[in-house]
Design a protein around this ligand. Structure first.
Ligand SMILES: Nc1ncnc2c1ncn2[C@@H]1O[C@H](COP(=O)(O)OP(=O)(O)OP(=O)(O)O)[C@@H](O)[C@H]1O
Length: 217
């Protein structure tokens, strides 16, 4: 995935606010890139553009070499926003299986095995029959991550995946995101969590509307 001179902002009564002022960015298959930046710097706004939830004011986004069109690229791209977006009428395991069923990715036995593997890896295997309303936010966050990765998307876009996790739950999330990249996904993670950078190939910082590389010494 690649962006070219991406510019975006929001209208406000006191005048429009420019949030992204020329973002040039790329992430390759097999690579995990973190995006940090102070609160309000535009990380979520950038992720919304990359995931096709919003349109930039100007600039272009390319996915697998093709410009992003009017149809969101959800057959190739999985997005985990801070709002999670779990289907409330489906239990945890059914949520995780959903992308696999939509993409006809494997038979029922394969799907069950993939769902179990992911939920157990994230420490929420015992919650597979629970509905989102019966889980804590941190538990829902892990189920939503399992759902995002289940169909092995070409591009995985994740907003603050460790924001509500305790120290014991975090390593599994870091490991899973690293594994996704190692298995060929291009992974983009917005984060305030310094530990997240430890599994990244590259670290970028969003400041004054542009992305700059962070030198990790
Ligand atoms: N729908 C919107 N309408 C108007 N302003 C918005 C909208 N969404 C975001 N903003 C503004 O755009 C800027 C960037 O917001 P964004 O949510 O992308 O920041 P962030 O870096 O993800 O912050 P955080 O780390 O707190 O999640 C902020 O100043 C925010 O107030």
């Amino acid at each position: 995935m690649r962006t070219q001179d991406l510019r975006h902002g929001f209208p406000h009564p006191g005048g429009d606010v420019d949030v992204l002022r020329g973002v040039d960015f790329s992430v390759d298959a097999g690579e995990l890139v973190t995006v940090s930046g102070r609160s309000g710097s535009g990380k979520s706004a950038l992720l919304a553009l990359l995931g096709g939830f919003d349109k930039p004011n100007s600039g272009r986004i390319f996915l697998a070499g093709q410009p992003l069109g009017d149809t969101p690229p959800w057959h190739m791209c999985a997005v985990l926003p801070q709002t999670l977006g779990l289907a409330t009428e489906l239990a945890a395991a059914e949520n995780v299986a959903l992308p696999l069923r939509l993409h006809r990715n494997g038979n029922a036995v394969d799907i069950d095995a993939r769902v179990t593997e992911l939920l157990e890896a994230l420490g929420v295997g015992v919650l597979s029959d629970r509905y989102p309303s019966e889980m804590s936010y941190g538990q829902q966050q892990r189920v939503a991550l399992a759902r995002a990765v289940s169909a092995r998307p070409k591009v995985l876009i994740v907003d603050e995946p460790t924001a509500h996790l305790d120290a014991g739950s975090k390593p599994a999330v870091l490991r899973l995101l690293r594994t996704c990249a190692d298995e060929g996904s291009a992974v983009i993670v917005a984060t305030h969590d310094d530990e997240m950078h430890s599994v990244a190939d590259r670290q970028l910082r969003l400041a004054d509307g542009v992305l700059v590389p962070v030198n990790r010494g």
